[in-house]
Design a protein around this ligand. Structure first.
Ligand SMILES: [Mn+2]
Length: 353
């Protein structure tokens, strides 16, 4: 693989204009190595090194930083967008969530409070995790978004995952990563669409069959019948209203993400996840307000797992830029000047009492 990082850290050469040198500036620690290029933020990359309940593998706490490091090797040119990123967007890589909190519920509130200043509608959050238990606090933070209007019954979640994450509890913990979708439904979201699903319990299966708010495309169907896959894509194109896209990288085939907490065979190809992202972002009546890529675990010896995660996050970035240019992103100009207030809300703590 060509090392973009080395290429871009070469000293400025004589005979090259200042502008060309500027374009070659490489910012360590920033997503894609992109330097900030303005005062207002168009896209914010947020890092949640959260690991509490991963039941099988370990290392999700190191995932976000590994993904950002791997992103330095991702090509800036997106063939669908047709140009190099950042494509006139100012991309800000925010400092990671501190991880502080005396107990689980306080940590979940900490995650929500870390995120919510970026959900006032003026920029697009790309959230890197961390285990999938970050989903309920992400959903809680979307309440602040002007399109959600503090009413989560406006919000649709699209989930790529090997697991349904619809358990009521795992090992006695109801905020386990295995319960992420259940807890999001508890918060009152409008609908949950899932694909890649291939590891789930009998009870989860019953819930999928009985709950009208859940639409699941199982991997055994999409991976054996192209017509079923096409239906998934059409389903995405017909979603309306604000959407959060949650991409558990174990939705991909385990061969692409061997270091993730629970890699599972028989999953989606990279191109199917890419197609999912493109279809959702071009949906005419939907606005993807945020995306997370989670269950990233750094792989030793080869960066395949974190590089796959970085490629997916970059795909989502390019798709967002396309949607914005097509006028689908309702960047609420009325929000300009609104304060990005720090929050100290105790939603999950109050739920636990
Ligand atoms: Mn999951």
């Amino acid at each position: 693989m060509e090392k973009r990082q080395e290429k871009y850290t070469a000293k400025p050469q004589e005979g090259i204009s200042a502008a060309e040198n500027m374009a070659d500036e490489f910012a360590f620690g920033n997503f894609l190595g992109l330097p900030e290029n303005g005062d207002s933020v168009d896209v914010v990359v947020l890092q949640i090194p959260y690991e509490l309940t991963t039941s099988y593998g370990q290392g999700t706490a190191q995932g976000p930083a590994a993904c950002i490091e791997a992103s330095s090797q991702v090509e800036l040119f997106d063939p669908v967008l047709g140009e190099d990123m950042p494509a006139e967007q100012n991309i800000f890589t925010a400092p990671a969530w501190s991880g502080e909190g005396p107990n689980l519920l306080a940590q979940l509130d900490g995650i929500s409070n870390y995120l919510s200043p970026w959900f006032i509608g003026d920029c697009f959050p790309i959230i890197l995790g961390g285990e999938h238990g970050i989903l309920p606090p992400i959903v809680n933070a979307t309440r602040k978004h002007p399109l959600v209007e503090r009413d989560l019954s406006n919000l649709t979640i699209v989930q790529i995952d090997a697991h349904a994450d619809l358990r009521e509890e795992l090992d006695g913990e109801k905020y386990s990563h295995a319960c992420a979708a259940s807890r999001s439904l508890d918060l009152g979201i409008k609908h949950l669409f899932q694909a890649g699903i291939r590891a789930y319990s009998k009870l989860e299966n019953e819930r999928i069959e009985s709950d009208e708010r859940i639409t699941t495309y199982f991997a055994r169907d999409t991976q054996s019948d192209m017509e079923v896959w096409k239906k998934w894509i059409i389903t995405l194109e017909n979603i309306s209203g604000p959407v959060h896209l949650t991409l558990d990288i174990d939705g991909l085939d385990g061969s692409l993400v061997p270091a993730t907490g629970t890699p599972v065979p028989g999953g989606l190809s990279f191109w199917q996840v890419s197609e999912t992202i493109d279809a959702l972002f071009r949906a005419k009546h939907a606005v993807v307000i945020s995306v997370d890529v989670n269950e990233i675990v750094p792989q030793k010896d080869t960066p395949l797992t974190q590089f796959t995660a970085a490629m997916i996050a970059t795909k989502a970035l390019a798709a967002h830029i396309m949607a914005k240019r097509a006028g689908l992103w309702e960047q609420t100009t009325s929000q300009q000047g609104k304060q990005r207030n720090a929050n100290d809300e105790k939603f999950f703590i109050s739920q636990g009492k």
